[in-house]
Design a protein around this ligand. Structure first.
Ligand code: PLP
Length: 283
C-alpha cells in the first residue's frame, strides 16, 4: 500500500482526491519540488525547500499552513512508503476557489500535496553506469520564467511528446542560438578538460543537482565554467550530460540517433563526476 499527503492528512494513493475548482487544476497555478531520498535520508533537503520557498515567493502564493511541519510530514511519508530509496514530490497550488477567475483571491489557502514513490537506482553499486540517452535539439518554446519551478509544463510536455515518436528521451533546448537546458534536466558540456554549463538566468531552472556538481567538481580541481554556450558548439563537445534530482547524471550517447560519444564510459569526465557523487552520498 502506498501513501500520499493532502492538506492535513495521509491517504492511500488510490483514494486521494482533489476538487476541479483547485487553481492548480484550472490554471496550472502552482509550484513543485522533487527531492531524492537515499537510505531514508532526503538528499540536499534544505536546498530544495529554499527553492520551493523562492518559487512560492516569485508567484505570490502563501506558504501552506503546514509549512513548519513539512520535514516531519515528509519523514512520516517516507516511513509509510517504506522503500529504502524514494523520490519525493511536493506540490503547492494557490488553492481552491468557488468560481473560475483568473485573478486570485489573496485569502485563498494553498493546497499542499506530497507523495513519494520508489527510486529505482543502481547508483550505490560499484558497477554503476549512468543512463546513456538519445536526445534531440529543439527551439525552447517555454515561457520566460523557467527559473520558477512551476507545475505548468506544457512546453516541456509537447516537446518530449513529439521527440518520443523518434525514440528520443531528452532535448537540448536553445533560445536565440544559445543553449538553455533540457526539458527535465540541466545541461553540461565537456570540451577537452573543460566543463561548461549555461549560467543561471530566467531561462533555466537553477537545478539543485547542477549546483551540487558545480561545487563538487570545482572543489576537486576540475576546470568548470558557467557561461553561455552557442548551439554551434555542440559539434565540438566531447561529452554532454544532463543532471537532475531523479536521474543524477545522464550521458548523451546520441543526438537525433547519431552517436556522439564514442569512448567508453570509464574514460569520461562524467564517470569521474559520478564517482565523486557516489563517494559523497555513501559517507
Ligand atoms: N531543468 C528542468 C526543466 C527540470 O525539470 C529539472 C528537474 O526536474 C532540472 C532542470 C533539474 O533540477 P534539479 O537538479 O533541481 O532536479
Amino acid at each position: 500500500m502506498s501513501w500520499a499527503y493532502l492538506n492535513n492528512a495521509f491517504h492511500r494513493k488510490e483514494e486521494v482526491t482533489i476538487s476541479p475548482y483547485d487553481r492548480g487544476f484550472l490554471f496550472g497555478d502552482g509550484v513543485y519540488e522533487v527531492i531524492p531520498s537515499y537510505a531514508g535520508k532526503p538528499f540536499l533537503y534544505e536546498k530544495h525547500v529554499s527553492r520551493l520557498l523562492r518559487s512560492l515567493n516569485e508567484v505570490s502564493i502563501n506558504k501552506p499552513e503546514q509549512w513548519e511541519n513539512l520535514k516531519s510530514i515528509i519523514e512520516d511519508l517516507l516511513e509509510k512508503n517504506k522503500f529504502s530509496n524514494q523520490i519525493i514530490y511536493i506540490q503547492v497550488t494557490r488553492g481552491q476557489e468557488s468560481t473560475r477567475s483568473h485573478a486570485p483571491d489573496k485569502l485563498t489557502s494553498p493546497t499542499l500535496f506530497i507523495e513519494s514513490s520508489e527510486l529505482t537506482t543502481d547508483l550505490l553499486l560499484t558497477s554503476y553506469k549512468p543512463p546513456y540517452i538519445n536526445v534531440g535539439i529543439e527551439e525552447d518554446l517555454r515561457w520566460t520564467r523557467c527559473d520558477i519551478k512551476a507545475i505548468t509544463l506544457l512546453g516541456n510536455v509537447m516537446t518530449l511528446d513529439n521527440l518520443s515518436d523518434s525514440g528520443l528521451e531528452e532535448v537540448i533546448f536553445y533560445r536565440d542560438s544559445t543553449i538553455t537546458e533540457g526539458a527535465k534536466a540541466n545541461i553540461f558540456l565537456v570540451f577537452g578538460k573543460k566543463i561548461v554549463t549555461p549560467p543561471v538566468s530566467n531561462n533555466i531552472l537553477s537545478g539543485i543537482t547542477r549546483n551540487y556538481f558545480i561545487n563538487l567538481l570545482s572543489q576537486n580541481n576540475f576546470n568548470i565554467e558557467e557561461r553561455e554556450v552557442s548551439i554551434n558548439e555542440i559539434e565540438e563537445a566531447d561529452e554532454i550530460w544532463f543532471t537532475s534530482s531523479g536521474k543524477v547524471l545522464q550521458m548523451v550517447h546520441k543526438i537525433n540517433n547519431k552517436i556522439i560519444l564514442e569512448k567508453g564510459f570509464k574514460n569520461t569526465i562524467g564517470h569521474k563526476a559520478i564517482e565523486l557523487f557516489r563517494q559523497d552520498i555513501l559517507v
